[in-house]
Design a protein around this ligand. Structure first.
Ligand code: FES
Ligand SMILES: [Fe+2]
Length: 441
């Protein structure tokens, strides 16, 4: 296994291709990154009632996320304490208990061991109270449920830190944010960090990888979006794009006007101002949970019209969509992608339908942008796998040693101007700095 410091020359903006292909490093990531970070596991609206559960994973460890009869949240290793069989095979459901399919050990919905067939034959050696499913620490923020195996980890609120300012806008702007249907899932032949770092800070790929909208003349912003790239503690990141001057689309991410009063109640004046003027928010919660909220800028709308300005929001079908996407490691060059759509519950039907269609056609399983991105990430994992590719140093030098702190950015974090004034690799370098710090100790 390579030494961590042989893989990074961050002061020069260089990263070895081996970070994506070294299987020893991959195993270390499982223990030191996925074993210790707060990891997103579910949204509270997926398990609203006592007994509700979903099965997820924390890195390669399968877990059950459940709501107990008293309403408390539990995240438990989905592995039987008898002989290690995965206990629950379903994706989701509502139960009073989980029964292991091998010998029948039974656990409550909160994970206590409640039933052992032929209990007396164990000669009193079985202590049922200490043989419940392994429990992770759990907490939630704005409906997002996170868990960590690290007893000594800082609180979730401290872990998310200043990025909560952005999370409030996306996930806390209304009281009734909820998941739309079950998450889509697919597996790709690419290292998990490629998706995570792309959402962390790669605005550079937009004109090339997703250039079809502009090429077809369908991008109403004509690529002239401007904004900020923001890095906060623990390598969380946000990239925030504004409507260009003179081309202000529908404010507040094209959300229905009847929701604005609620935004005003729940957000600060600065948060409101940022939300009002932005086309998109994209970023990553370290290590592997990314988010995207984007107004559908014409070419993704369910109806695209040229010429006359539609008379009403409904007539224009102007919407936006909000998605969470998780890059679940399944091997050094395999990733299971999970993608959720979230929706403010009280939007009108036309808005909901249009938003779902836009999300599905762009970032769903067969979405155009999703396909664009996957082609890159699979080609990188393939390109860096061979003996020559593994020797390459990958370039992350944009804005190395430079930053122009934007005087008009109203949010937190270390901000820099973003495309077209500046594209930057700052957030990706921060991602790998944090990655290396965790792997080292
Ligand atoms: S492995 Fe679960 S009951 Fe035996
Ligand atoms: Fe992309």
């Amino acid at each position: 296994m390579a030494a961590i410091d042989d893989l990074l020359r961050l002061d020069e903006g260089l990263i070895s291709g081996r970070v994506l292909t070294d299987s020893g490093m991959y195993r270390l990531e499982q223990e030191r990154i996925f074993g210790r970070s707060w990891l997103f596991v579910a949204h509270e609206s997926e398990i609203p009632k006592p007994g509700d559960f979903v099965t997820r994973s924390m890195g390669e460890d399968p877990v059950i996320v459940s709501r107990a009869q008293d309403g408390s949240l539990h995240v438990m290793l989905n592995v039987c304490r008898h002989r290690g069989r995965k206990v629950c095979a379903e994706d989701a459901g509502n139960v009073r208990n989980f029964r292991c399919g091998y010998h029948g050990w039974t656990y409550s919905e909160a994970g206590q061991l409640t039933g052992v067939p032929f209990f007396d034959v164990h000669q009193g050696r079985l202590d049922r109270t200490s043989l419940g499913l392994c429990q992770a620490r759990v907490d939630s923020y704005q409906g997002l449920i996170f868990a960590t195996w690290d007893e000594t980890a800082t609180s979730l609120r401290d872990y998310l830190g200043e990025l909560t300012w952005v999370l409030d806008i996306l996930f806390g702007r209304t009281a009734n944010m909820e998941i739309v249907g079950p998450p889509m899932r697919w597996v790709v032949d690419a290292n998990w960090k490629l998706g995570a770092t792309n959402f962390t800070g790669d605005a550079y790929h937009l004109p090339t990888t997703h250039g079809y909208g502009s090429a077809l003349g369908l991008d109403v912003t004509r690529g002239r979006r401007a904004g900020y790239t923001i890095s906060t503690a623990n390598a969380h990141a946000a990239n925030v794009n504004r409507w260009p001057e003179g081309n202000m689309g529908r404010p507040y991410l094209s959300l229905p006007e009847q929701l604005i009063a609620e935004f005003e109640q729940r957000l600060s004046a600065d948060q409101l101002e940022v939300m009002r003027t932005m086309v998109s928010f994209a970023g990553n919660l370290f290590p592997n949970c990314s988010y995207l909220n984007i107004a559908t800028v014409g070419f993704l709308n369910t109806e695209w019209r040229t010429g006359e300005q539609p008379a009403s929001a409904e007539d224009s079908k102007a919407t936006s969509f909000l998605t969470l996407r998780q890059w679940q490691p399944r091997g050094v060059d395999k990733t299971e992608i999970w993608s959720w759509q979230l929706m403010d519950r009280d939007v009108p039907d036309w808005w909901r339908e249009s938003s779902i269609a836009c999300y599905t056609r762009s970032f769903g399983l067969a979405g155009m942008h999703e396909q664009d991105d996957l082609a890159n990430w699979m080609a990188i994992s393939e390109g860096c796998r061979g003996p020559m590719g593994r020797k390459l140093w990958l370039n992350y030098q944009m804005r190395l040693g430079e930053r122009e702190a934007p005087s008009d950015w109203k949010g937190p974090g270390e901000a820099d101007y973003l495309y077209p004034m500046s594209v930057s690799d700052r957030n990706e370098r921060a991602f790998y700095r944090r990655w290396a710090d965790l792997l080292r100790d």
